[in-house]
Design a protein around this ligand. Structure first.
Ligand SMILES: [Zn+2]
Length: 427
């Protein structure tokens, strides 16, 4: 698992820019001490002595980033999909999340989640846990062991949820502080991120305290924003003092003014809200499958793209039923076509290279220089054996990538490298 220097040989594909793929058939991807030294069609002399890992005939992609996923919800993925957000939270999410007070249950469930994430093409993730500190620390331990890189958040909730999940304001703050103390400096690859669930489940005093923590520590923040009509209505009722939903985070310093912020969804964001997102450099985690399952709608991602917002993809398990970010790329393209056809023909559909960029370089940039095969980028790479997807004629690497987006499965991932270390894939 030590970062080493080596060469991956195979059919390389990453983004040339936001609109175009770059492919290097039968190319050489050089890793020097955990960093990428470049992708080459002819291996430069200076690297001739490095060991070669021969993956000829296989696709080699940058690792994928899941910018928004709920670890405890993996347990009920694919269940309870016939409700909208607020009813779904009450009927499915809260009863399941209450179980994570039991560490033995959390261990079983989080092991399953970590194994599935490790088995997938994802190398980096921003993960919600639950309100429970011990289970959150357990999840961080498991993710660290896996070799993936992750931000993990202990969730904060002090209102509008069942008694067995609701924290007191003081209790939520105290447990968050203790969580940060207990995990400080403990991990190489896993870091904490402040995680107020969303405005409906957090009182103003709690948000003030979290904002103060963000200001003091510079920690990043993850939450939900303008996802579903019922939720946006609820925020309007609860926070008449705010100009729009995102303003409710911003007033407490939780919208990118201290640490960075990721807001999932942004399906129903107003012009004012979008302007604030841009101004603060907030990351939008686009979660197309979840937005479909929970009948939230289709986010105007083409607009966010054109306006240059920070954009990545999220599985949002279990609003989304699949952990696959390749699947999220296909979903992003498909829902953008529905929005274009049915709702707003001024917003052109996304293309596969654009969705690929979001799932690699776009989301990856939240972690630094991640998601491209460029010199100086962290060496995250996924080797996909796409031979299962047969064709009677030769396909280009770009065509094979497109088919992988639509058709590949976790079992096609045959090797995976994060920061130059090979991750062992669960069987
Ligand atoms: Zn979510």
């Amino acid at each position: 698992m030590n970062a080493a220097s080596f060469i991956l040989k195979g059919d390389l594909c990453d983004s040339l820019d936001r609109e175009r793929l770059r492919t290097v058939p039968d190319g050489y991807l050089v890793c020097l001490d955990g960093l990428c030294a470049g992708a080459f069609s002819v291996l430069p002399e200076e690297y001739h002595a490095l060991p070669v890992i021969d993956c000829s005939g296989k696709l080699i992609l940058p690792g994928l980033t899941d910018l928004h996923v709920h670890a405890p919800q993996y347990a009920f993925r694919g269940l309870g999909m016939d409700q909208e957000l607020m009813e779904w939270l009450a009927a499915n999410v809260f009863p399941e999340e209450a179980r994570y007070a039991d560490l033995a249950y959390a261990r079983r469930a989080y092991r399953d989640f970590t194994q599935a994430l490790t088995r997938s093409a994802t190398t980096r993730a921003c993960v919600f846990a639950t309100v429970h500190r011990p289970a959150t620390e357990l999840l961080m331990d498991l993710l660290e062991e896996s070799g993936l890189v992750a931000f993990v958040g202990k969730v904060n909730m002090d209102r509008d949820c069942p008694d067995d999940l609701r924290e007191t304001t003081d209790g939520s703050v105290a447990e968050t502080r203790r969580w940060l103390e207990e995990t400080a400096g403990k991990y190489k690859r896993v870091r904490p991120i402040l995680t107020p669930r969303f405005i409906p489940s957090c009182t103003d005093p709690l948000l003030d305290e979290l904002g103060a923590m963000a200001a003091m520590t510079g920690l990043s923040v993850q939450s939900h924003l303008s996802e579903n009509r019922g939720e946006v209505e609820c925020v309007r009722r609860l926070r008449p003092d705010t100009a729009f939903y995102g303003d409710a985070y911003d007033r407490h310093g939780l919208f990118g003014s201290h640490g960075r912020a990721i807001m999932a969804h942004c399906v129903l964001s107003s012009d004012e809200e979008i302007a604030r997102i841009r101004e603060r450099g907030v990351y939008v985690a686009h979660c197309p499958q979840s937005n479909t399952n929970l009948a939230s709608g289709v986010a105007p991602v083409r607009r966010y793209w054109d306006e240059g917002l920070n954009l990545g993809l999220g599985s949002d398990v279990a609003g989304g039923s699949s952990l696959s970010i390749l699947r999220a790329m296909a979903d992003a393209v498909q829902v953008s076509k529905l929005r274009w056809r049915l709702q707003d023909d001024s917003l052109r559909p996304l293309t596969v290279p654009e969705a690929f960029w979001m799932g690699t370089a776009g989301g990856g940039s939240f972690f630094g220089r991640v998601g491209l095969f460029r010199p100086g980028y962290e060496f995250d790479a996924v080797v996909l054996d796409d031979s299962r997807l047969t064709a009677p004629r030769p396909l280009t690497v770009a065509q094979r990538l497109e088919r992988a987006v639509y058709l590949s499965e976790d079992r096609d991932v045959v090797r995976k490298f994060v920061q130059g270390r090979e991750v062992s894939l669960p069987s």
